[in-house]
Design a protein around this ligand. Structure first.
Ligand SMILES: O=P(O)(O)OC[C@H]1O[C@H](O[C@H]2O[C@H](CO)[C@@H](O)[C@H](O)[C@H]2O)[C@H](O)[C@@H](O)[C@@H]1O
Ligand SMILES: [Mg+2]
Length: 914
């Protein structure tokens, strides 16, 4: 009998592309699978986890652009003949239910569309072929299919042309203009990005089991954490744990803020429980962006590895941010780099450059890799040190990127060629060119042979996340490798993420070509002992992919354990289709809206937070429906609410200063519920606030009729936070005696009487004969029949003070539970929707969340018929191929798929004839 093996922890690893280059061979209708190039560190980590005894890894990734291996003329002819033969024997009872991918755009007259409705350029894949691919790749790898467009590269557009440049400090003017020759603009590109992320969420939905840990990689999938929260958290038992690792640099706030969709991106990302970066600087930049754009707070602590970690609170939810530099598979590198085949290649290189020092450079050919800077430094080196002329060769291998034809890359190519020519003509001769530039991909064995043959490796990137060439070079030159190449130095740019790891390499500023030239000279003049000492130190600094993966996994498992023990609740996204149905079925609807941060976004100046035309239109429509009663319950004062709401729409009830004042629907009078309250406290509170205002430039006091609010949003964040804590402390010393509440708002501290709060107002409005005028001074009638009270309540708020409203609704609901079970609607509830505005991770008693005022407006727009569900829903249901379910294009796709199936089976019947 075999002992029961302990169950492995399942981990769903999400990468932007599976580690394959996939081609469809048209002659056999079969797949050709080759390993993908690039991302070697990440793919090594996948390999490592795949063999783990502790974890069961399931990988989710896009197929990448699938290419077609087209038929030769002879093959085509043969196939046509076969098809004709088949057509004449056509069996009409073919029951194959395979469907091909959509998007012939219904354009059956276009030149490249066959009479049978098929677009020749497009890739059609049947269900059978999809299953076939699954059987050809690792069984735990799950392809995300995104085939709905002929231009498959569109899925990379936003990530590679907008996010990537900005994250590498390249401000790209094309963020707002057309990106594609086919006319799709930045917006389309953003929607593609959203759909790309949604397709992953859908695929994970098919695979996910409670208890799974999800690990997401890199900037193609920045929205996925939040999409997954929305998808899975409707089940409150579900302790979803999401880790995210960012492989690229994260820019400083001054750059990040230039991204048009900066807030959406942060909102998407903060759905994760743990976000990690390549180094401390990147994590600090991220924390700073969240602070400034999401009003998050953070505390820097040391983790159990002695590294800095930020414990953040974003929208009230917890998030850990830290850094953990990725490594390389050192064992594999050693075994692959020291084979007889590589030995002979090394000999050939050394032979070719006999008597010369070899500098090796290997970079992706893009502007941030610093190839220009490298060439300039090399040119300076030859100019400054004539003794090295004809003694040194720079072998620069530049691997082309996917967007080789982009204007930036074409310009770069010209510049590089000019520089190479100029150096070679000045310092070379007929027999020798000091720069050997190879603009090509090279196989791994050639790459390793170059690293082995090199006397020096020169990395001058002006920005990168982690330069794995640096790590691979140091590995190959390590003591353990081979004495013939041990101890050769590395010159590394301080702007490369790897410089924070390989601290003992020769670190240079690539913009300073004189300094780099001097470093090259110094490197060549190091004694053997000096070289070996440096090498031993840097080798000790190379992180292995195994330890990186283990550390990451340990920590995310730790988060998962904590999350289980704390029973951390995450709030599900509001289910808008159900809300809409419920709304339509209801007759006595009550809307309870907070104002700031709910109906309008939070802005620096409170006076500038005014309603938009769209908000007015939606509220107008809502309030015109006799089945609706609308209230705005705000911390604002009467003057503000009157100016922007009372004077504009008489059908809206108002409550000011967190419930101190109330103005009923259709009346101009305000009722003061705090009339009898002693206001002498205001003088003292005002004095303390004034003192702190003097100490905090940018802060100010908002004086309302009852409440006093100290605002510090415009202050320097750190000073503002510090003095807000101080103010709270000073106020709490005496406010208890006055029965006052000191409330922490969004970058404000408010003081108001304890006995009033928004919840009290909500209680009144619900326990009230629906549609009749309010008598706010009358006691509540809690015996009111349920049929006279609202049968639909949508209550929205973003702040701590709005929790009082949600709490009241929850308490009324529990009061009705058991008592009025026969009055439940067909969704099994009483139509109560306490909804917080903020992230899913926020601590709240609300039952659902909407991320921001934009989503609030979209949701209200949905109720009054202003927007389609698709625009409003935020997440979209996709079919297995990544098409929007039941959409117009999916119907067209169905037609195309039938045509394709018929074509494959040789039927002469065209769908157009049907
Ligand atoms: O209950 P609410 O309607 O949400 O009002 C709460 C407070 O909101 C206002 O301050 C907040 O919003 C401002 C505008 O976006 C922002 O500048 C400020 O930093 C926020 O704290 C308002 O000024 C307060 O009076 C309200 O009590
Ligand atoms: Mg608010």
């Amino acid at each position: 009998m075999t002992a029961n093996k302990p169950k492995k922890q399942r981990i769903i690893n999400c990468v932007s592309q599976l580690p394959y280059k996939i081609t469809l061979d048209e002659s056999s209708d079969d797949w050709i699978i080759n390993p993908a190039t690039g991302n070697s560190a990440l793919y090594s980590s996948l390999d490592y986890l795949q063999d783990s005894d502790e974890y069961e890894q399931i990988v989710v990734g896009w197929t990448g652009e699938i290419s077609k291996k087209t038929l030769t003329k002879a093959e085509l002819l043969k196939k046509q003949l076969e098809e004709e033969k088949l057509t004449s024997n056509n069996s009409k009872d073919n029951k194959n239910d395979s469907t091909a991918n959509e998007n012939n755009n219904g354009n059956n007259n276009s030149n490249n569309v066959h009479g049978n409705g098929l677009d020749e350029d497009k890739l059609y894949v049947t269900n059978e072929q999809m299953n076939n691919l699954k059987s050809k790749i690792n069984k735990n790898y799950n392809p995300v299919w995104l085939l709905r467009s002929r231009k498959q590269s569109r899925w990379r557009n936003y990530a590679e042309n907008i996010i990537w440049p900005l994250f590498h400090y390249i401000l790209n003017p094309s963020t707002e203009v057309d990106l594609d020759s086919d006319g799709s603009d930045a917006n389309n590109s953003w929607y593609d990005y959203v759909k790309f992320n949604e397709a992953y969420a859908m695929k994970i939905g098919e695979i996910y089991q409670p208890g799974d840990i999800i690990w997401i990689h890199d900037y193609y999938l920045l929205l996925l954490p939040q999409l997954l929260r929305m998808k899975f958290n409707s089940d409150s038992e579900n302790n979803l744990v999401i880790g995210y690792f960012h492989h690229a640099p994260w820019p400083s706030y001054e750059y990040f803020r230039c991204l048009p969709r900066r807030k959406e991106i942060l909102d998407g990302l903060v759905g994760a429980d743990r976000i990690s970066f390549q180094n401390e600087q990147f994590s600090r930049h991220f924390v700073s962006s969240c602070k400034r754009l999401l009003d998050s707070t953070s505390k820097k602590v040391k983790n159990d590895r002695g590294k800095d970690q930020y414990n953040m609170s974003v929208y009230g939810g917890d998030l850990i941010v830290d850094s953990s530099p990725i490594g390389v598979d050192t064992d594999k590198i050693m075994s692959e780099a020291f084979t007889p085949d590589v030995d002979s290649k090394v000999d050939a290189i050394r032979q070719a450059y006999q008597g010369k020092k070899i500098i090796i450079g290997r970079d992706r050919f893009d502007p941030v890799r610093g190839i220009i800077q490298k060439l300039r430094a090399f040119e300076t080196f030859l100019a400054m040190y004539p003794e090295w002329r004809e003694q040194v060769v720079l072998i620069q291998v530049s691997s082309p990127t996917l967007n080789r034809e982009s204007p930036q890359n074409i310009r770069l190519e010209q510049q590089v060629n000019e520089l190479v020519n100029s150096i070679n003509s000045q310092y070379g001769n007929l027999n020798f060119a000091p720069v050997q530039h190879y603009y090509m991909r090279i196989p791994k064995d050639v790459y390793f042979s170059l690293l082995r043959a090199a006397n020096l490796c020169l990395i001058t990137s002006v920005r990168d996340g982690m330069n794995t060439t640096a790590l691979e070079y140091v590995t190959i030159k390590s003591h353990d490798s081979n004495s013939s190449c041990y101890g050769m130095p590395l010159i590394l740019s301080e702007f490369s993420g790897s410089s924070s790891v390989l601290k003992d390499a020769i670190i240079v500023n690539p913009w300073d070509s004189v300094a780099v030239a001097k470093s090259i000279n110094n490197a060549f003049n190091l004694t053997k002992v000096q070289r070996e000492t440096i090498q031993d130190k840097t080798w000790a600094e190379v992180p292995s992919i195994k330890s990186w993966t283990d550390t990451y996994m340990d920590q995310i498992v730790e988060v998962s354990k904590q999350s289980e023990s704390q029973d951390r609740k995450k709030t599900p996204a509001l289910n808008r289709p159900v809300l809409l149905e419920n709304y339509k079925a209801a007759n006595r609807r009550l809307f309870l809206f907070d104002y700031d941060g709910t109906l309008t976004p939070i802005v620096k100046d409170p006076a500038a937070a005014i309603p938009t035309a769209r908000l007015y239109t939606i509220m107008e429509k809502l309030s015109q429906d006799p089945k609706n009663q609308i209230w705005i319950i705000s911390g604002r004062d009467q003057v503000f609410l009157n100016k922007w709401w009372g004077s504009k729409n008489k059908h809206i009830g108002l409550s000011a200063e967190h419930g101190c004042f109330v103005k009923d629907i259709g009346t101009p009078e305000w009722v003061n519920l705090a009339k009898k309250f002693d206001m002498s406290w205001q003088v003292r509170v005002n004095k303390v606030m004034e003192d702190l205002t003097t100490k905090t430039p940018g802060s100010f006091i908002e004086r309302k009729e009852v409440a006093l609010t100290w605002h510090y949003r415009a202050a320097v964040p750190e000073l503002g936070d510090y003095n807000a804590t101080e103010l709270k402390r000073l106020l709490l010393e005496f406010t208890e005696d006055f029965d006052l509440d000191v409330m922490e708002g969004k970058k404000n501290i408010e003081v108001r009487p304890k006995f009033v709060n928004k919840g009290e107002i909500v209680k009144r409005l619900v326990w009230h004969k629906y549609g009749t005028p309010q008598d706010l001074l009358k006691p509540l009638d809690q015996k009111l029949p349920i049929d006279e009270m609202p049968d639909f309540i949508l209550c929205l708020g973003d702040d701590f003070t709005d929790e009082d409203m949600f709490r009241q609704l929850n308490s009324i609901e529990s009061h009705w539970n058991g008592k009025y079970d026969d009055k439940r609607n067909r969704w099994g509830n009483f139509g109560f929707y306490p909804v917080t505005v903020g992230s899913a991770a926020k601590v709240t008693v609300a039952k659902a969340h909407l991320t921001d005022p934009q989503q609030v407006l979209d949701t209200l727009g949905l109720l009054v018929g202003n927007v389609s569900l698709f625009q409003s829903a935020g997440t979209v249901e996709l079919d297995a191929r990544g098409h929007v379910k039941d959409s117009e294009s999916s119907k067209k796709s169905h037609a195309a798929s039938v045509a394709y199936t018929l074509k494959r089976t040789g039927s002469s019947t065209s769908i157009n004839k049907k």
